[in-house]
Design a protein around this ligand. Structure first.
Ligand SMILES: Cc1cc2nc3c(=O)[nH]c(=O)nc-3n(C[C@H](O)[C@H](O)[C@H](O)COP(=O)(O)OP(=O)(O)OC[C@H]3O[C@@H](n4cnc5c(N)ncnc54)[C@H](O)[C@@H]3O)c2cc1C
Length: 472
């Protein structure tokens, strides 16, 4: 797509205050990209509205002038959803970051879309409350981005997806129409719920400008236990998961990582969980967070683990965090994986899910396929066990050029997608489709579903100006 005509851009700029736009070279590169890092950003302008009213006037003027717009949050997305590589105007929600009224009895919080996820956690915690959308990029991601990707994360096993933690949305369509959807109503059974189609559709149908979030109680710190375990293999991770699920306590996170992931974060300076970690280990590791109601139940679980560890059957090593600092150190081992791999140079990543009961066969099948067909790849596998969701990161081997690496990854992705399809799994568990997964959509959705999704896009954005080329 060519860059828009400079006269058209000048006309647009003349309609708004002078600090509404930036075409500073650094801003264009920064705001035109996300963490996927694969495509070269090339936006025409960056817009920084400060209110829903400004978003509405901006979008209706862009429609009139036939200008394409890419909504942009914290740009931590890994599928290229917020990338502007074709002369679009980036609509950054960054300046709409106000955190408004917290209603403690209704347990709701009013926010603007640009509020940072972690700041929402902090505000809720001041009143002993919690917005349970939680993952490693929470320090940069925005609530609008979380809602637009229906983000998952480390607490889905306990609390579900982002979709479940929002009551009301304010959304602006490309025509500049403002929808107030849901408000603060917990119950509102009045037919088709339009809110839901703006959640998880990656800014292709409308721009989320404000939300009423639903909150829950902050987990009680004294009841929270974090365990980090070394297990003989992936099957043992799932056996232990079954055991933990049948105990009478709440699992608030059950994460796994391979030894390659642990080596990676340790080499970046994280503290080893065990004094005797063998750097040639081929074990698999689990991080479990539990909310304990009865100490006796938890003690019985620990005794089972200790017996198993004594026999060196499946539990090879285990540690229970004793202080808040220790808990945070153990969590860092899991949360820093993606960031560490991505900061070490070129890498390719996938994010797939299958039913939890298929996870062991899926993991083993993928591992052996990579080993046999792509022995040159260093593969890092980690993920959210309770959600059947695994992430696969592959580091570019030194001897491969960047182009050859991407060709090999495109080939290996086909293998991965076909295998995932055989389990009726999803080619994008939580990172969305964006630009990078569009061609793989058919592995997880039928032709009819894709056609109906396109028809919906046509209703809200018939000229295809909003986040063009993304998702469908
Ligand atoms: C280290 C790391 C770990 C991660 N871990 C997880 C994880 O565990 N679970 C998970 O689900 N994701 C994870 N992600 C991916 C990412 O952080 C989430 O998808 C997050 O919700 C994106 O939020 P964002 O504000 O950065 O959105 P962006 O990347 O800016 O945008 C994402 C999409 O939403 C659209 N969008 C953004 N704001 C709006 C808006 N206000 N209105 C309409 N559309 C909008 C964009 O156009 C784009 O299509 C991780 C990413 C990183 C880098």
């Amino acid at each position: 797509m060519p860059q828009p005509h400079s006269q058209t851009l000048s006309e647009l700029r003349s309609l708004f205050r002078s600090d509404f736009f930036s075409n500073d070279a650094h801003d264009l590169i920064t705001y035109g990209a996300d963490w996927s890092g694969v495509l070269t950003p090339d936006p025409a302008l960056i817009a920084f509205p400060r209110s829903t009213f400004e978003v509405a006037s901006f979008l209706s003027e862009c429609s009139r002038l036939s200008l394409s717009v890419v909504p942009s949050g914290g740009r931590t997305g890994l599928s290229g959803g917020a990338v502007a590589a074709n002369g679009e105007i980036v609509l950054s929600l960054e300046k709409m970051n106000r955190i408004g009224r917290l209603d403690a009895s209704a347990r709701t919080l009013q926010v603007e879309a640009g509020a940072i996820t972690e700041n929402i956690h902090r505000r809720a915690a001041d009143d002993g409350l919690f917005w349970p959308v939680d993952f490693a990029s929470k320090g940069s991601s925005q609530v609008g981005g979380n809602l637009s990707t229906n983000a998952g994360g480390v607490r889905v096993i306990r609390y579900g997806l982002t979709r479940q933690w929002v009551l009301g949305l304010t959304v602006v369509t490309m025509a500049g129409k403002v929808f107030e959807l849901g408000g603060s109503l917990e119950k509102n059974n009045t037919g088709i719920d339009l809110r839901q189609i703006f959640i998880g559709t990656e800014g292709t149908l409308g721009v989320i400008t404000e939300a009423v979030l639903k909150l829950t109680s902050l987990p009680v710190e004294s009841r929270t236990r974090v365990l980090f375990l070394e297990l003989s293999d992936f099957a043992a991770v799932l056996d232990l998961f079954r055991q933990a699920r049948s105990a009478s306590f709440l699992i608030s996170a059950y994460e796994c990582l391979t030894a390659a992931c642990l080596r990676e974060v340790l080499s970046a300076g994280m503290k080893s969980p065990f004094p005797n970690f063998d750097s040639d280990s081929t074990s698999v590791f689990a991080l479990i967070e539990i909310e304990v109601e009865e100490e006796m139940v938890f003690d019985a679980f620990l005794e089972t683990l200790a017996r198993d560890a004594e026999n060196q059957a499946s539990v090879l090593n285990a540690v229970v965090a004793e202080t808040r600092k220790h808990r945070e150190e153990l969590w860092e081992l899991r949360e820093r994986i993606a960031e560490t791999i991505l900061s070490q140079g070129e890498a390719h990543q996938q994010d797939l899910s299958v039913g939890v009961s298929d996870l062991a066969s899926f993991f083993q099948g993928v591992e052996s396929r990579y080993r046999t067909a792509y022995p040159e790849f260093e593969v890092f596998i980690f993920g959210h066990i309770g959600d059947g969701n695994l992430h696969f990161f592959i580091r570019k081997p030194e001897k491969l050029s960047s182009d050859d690496f991407h060709k090999r990854c495109a080939e290996s992705d086909q293998m991965l997608f076909e295998f995932c399809q055989s389990f009726r799994g999803s080619v994008s568990a939580e990172h969305g489709i964006g630009l990078l997964k569009k061609d793989a959509l058919h592995f997880s959705k039928s032709t009819a579903e894709i056609e109906y999704a396109r028809a919906l896009k046509n209703v809200f954005d018939p000229e295809n100006f909003l986040n063009p080329g993304k998702v469908v």
